[in-house]
Design a protein around this ligand. Structure first.
Ligand code: SAM
Length: 244
């Protein structure tokens, strides 16, 4: 670990021994103007597929630059097969949920529009950029994809076989926060967190009637949606994920 350069950069380019990587104008500005790196400095690169590589600055310009991969410093570490479905809330809190989902180890992030969701659209590109930044900051070697906004009813109708859905149900507040007994084997999972207004009665009835849904309580208090997302991710990672 001590061998890993501190400054990390996600690049959408192949990485491997001796591989050169061209920097965009923004990346060059960040490395050479903001971080004040020069030729010979080392940067940790990852592309979500090839682990992390220490790369040396071979050209440092105002509008671009070139790095060369020297050695692999970490293998690719994939998160558990866990999706986070959440109803977008206010901008800063939605950004927070995406950032925390990456840090906590979600493999895929799906904003969903529920009956009480205020947002009708999201800036998917901005949320994806947040996911990249979070992966750079937390030492991750994988960046989950942030999907565009999908309607919850459509997502449930098209639900993939074998994937189970942990439904954070504010109607179960005060019950035990433990995952149900049958939730014991690892496999494909998702977590669903509702918006500030919670789920509608019709949504709750539908969710309770679906065989792949496991409703859970997150304790005796109503949590804000962003807190609920972190709490549910913690519960999952502790019982079924990569914290065990
Ligand atoms: N307005 C709703 C109410 O008063 O019942 C609360 C919604 S809460 C702010 C947002 C979401 O976080 C909920 O839809 C649920 O998914 C989750 N949540 C919050 N606290 C929870 C708890 N104690 N148990 C289960 N889920 C919870």
């Amino acid at each position: 670990m001590s061998d890993r350069p501190k400054i990390r950069l996600y690049v959408d380019q192949p990485l491997g021994q001796g591989q050169t990587v061209d920097l965009s104008r923004e990346q060059a500005n960040y490395l050479f103007n903001v971080m004040r790196l020069g030729q010979g400095a080392e940067v940790a690169l990852f592309n979500g597929q090839a682990g992390e590589w220490a790369a040396v600055v071979v050209e440092a310009g105002k509008r671009g630059g070139v790095l060369r991969c020297d050695r692999q410093t970490a293998p690719l570490l994939l998160p558990p097969d866990l999706w986070l479905l959440f109803a977008p809330i206010k901008k800063a809190r939605t950004d927070f949920i995406v950032e925390k989902a990456v840090e906590m180890g979600a493999a895929h992030i799906v904003p969903v529009q529920t009956e009480f969701t205020n947002a009708e659209r999201i800036r998917q590109d901005r949320l994806q950029a947040h996911a990249v930044e979070a992966a750079e900051q937390c030492g991750g070697t994988f960046v989950p994809e942030v999907a565009d906004l999908h309607r919850l009813d459509v997502v449930l109708s098209d639900w993939p076989a074998e994937r189970r859905l942990i439904f954070a149900d504010e109607g179960a507040v005060g019950q035990s926060a433990l995952l149900p007994d049958r939730v014991e084997d690892v496999g494909s999972w998702a977590i669903l967190i509702g918006p500030e207004g919670g789920f509608s009665s019709a949504e709750r009835v539908r969710l309770h009637g679906l065989s792949f849904v496991c409703p859970i309580s997150l304790g005796p208090r109503i949590l804000r949606a962003d807190t609920a997302a972190v709490a549910a991710l913690t519960l999952f990672q502790t019982h079924l994920g990569d914290w065990r």
